[in-house]
Design a protein around this ligand. Structure first.
Ligand code: AMP
Length: 348
């Protein structure tokens, strides 16, 4: 534990000096102070600002959020910040992919035409750990000091069961990012559905003006067009052999979704999904790939409560249901979800 805490504090001192930045046609703002000056100008000019928070290692999923923001806002800001507080001490903070030059190239290539105007990203916000955590940050929650934001009652289910300190870290950093960036609109991926819904609730509960809760948008998951694997920065960890088996989770969720729409009970749907994983697991083991299911569950999209075993789609009523899961493929933990029911109530 002590070793990991020390590691977190090392990150505290690693801020981005301007000279170490790759060349970029998009302005790179590396401090809250420089960002605030940029934002004040946008306020003065009455321009809308769309915000896409990321941890970098950009892929087409992130870029779909950027496209949406470009279409709906006069200015778009993307942030890249690998947030220590959302990684538990045993998790992959040190090895998380950091690919800034490639990220900037991808981002620079994005544009959307609105009327006569061609819109491109207006700024990249690259705050240092020191700027984001002025009181310091430890990955060990019991050693943390300073202000943190907690979402009571909505952070212990689904992903929160396996990662009990994750949402505390996410909600805290996004609060800080919103306070700094002050976006008109913010864009999150359905890929991390619980996170996105939590953040919408954060804005509602704490009366955030920038963005207002209704301006927190959730964008559908971008998938590999060939096998449906949800794009993720962590897919980079997969070996070629592991990658072959990674779509098993989505396949399992699709089986459960189809059973659900045929009126089967939640328990039956989950059993069918687990059977798919078990089958792929046998094949994977023959190929030397270790697969382990963390969970597959069905939860109410408003309360995140686990549905009753006997629940089915008639009994579930109007509230959309989140069918989600997490699967270890080798040392990589993959997550995915399908929303069943009236999607428009949450994906907007
Ligand atoms: P991350 O860099 O992983 O923190 O993700 C930044 C944002 O991109 C989050 O709102 C994610 O939900 C979103 N995102 C990640 N992967 C995808 C994907 N495959 N499709 C759509 N959005 C995604």
């Amino acid at each position: 534990m002590r070793r990991c805490v020390t590691k977190a504090y090392i990150f505290l001192h690693r801020s981005m000096s301007t000279s170490s930045l790759p060349p970029s046609p998009i302005p790179l703002l590396t401090s809250v102070a420089s960002y605030r000056r940029w934002r004040q100008k946008a306020f003065d000019e009455g321009k809308s600002v769309g915000f896409v928070p990321t941890m970098g290692a950009l892929h087409d999923g992130h870029l779909s959020l950027v496209q949406r923001s470009l279409a709906e806002n006069e200015l778009t800001v993307l942030s890249i910040f690998v947030n220590p507080a959302q990684f538990a001490p045993h998790e992959d903070l040190a090895t998380y992919p950091r690919t800034l030059p490639g990220d900037l190239e991808l981002l620079t290539a994005q544009q959307v035409t609105v009327g006569e105007a061609v819109r491109k990203a207006s700024a990249v916000f690259l705050p240092s750990v020191q700027d984001m955590y002025p009181s310091g940050i430890s990955q060990d929650v019991s050693a943390q000091k300073g202000a943190f934001v907690e979402m009571k009652g909505y952070g212990h289910q689904m992903e929160g069961t396996s990662r009990p300190t994750f949402f505390r870290g996410v909600v805290t950093v996004v609060t800080k990012l919103f306070n700094a960036v002050q976006p008109t609109n913010a864009y999150f991926g359905q890929k991390d559905i619980q996170q996105a819904l939590l953040l919408r609730r954060l804005c509602k509960d704490l009366l955030f003006p920038h963005p207002e809760a209704d301006h927190v948008h959730i964008v559908a998951t971008t998938r590999d067009p060939n096998d449906g694997l949800a794009l993720s920065s962590r897919n980079a960890y997969l070996s070629a052999n592991e990658r072959k088996f990674a779509p098993a989770l989505y396949k399992a969720l699709q089986y459960a979704e189809s059973a659900w729409s045929n009126g089967e009970s939640k328990d039956r749907c989950i059993s069918k999904a687990v059977a798919v994983i078990d089958e792929v697991k046998v094949q994977a083991a023959i190929d030397g790939v270790d697969m382990r299911l963390d969970y597959i569950e069905m939860n109410d999209s408003e309360t995140f409560d686990v549905l009753d075993a006997s629940s089915n789609h008639q009994l579930a009523g109007d509230i959309p249901v989140i069918l989600s899961g997490a699967l270890w493929v080798g040392k990589t933990r993959l997550i995915d979800n399908i929303v069943v029911g009236d999607l428009k109530r949450i994906i907007r």
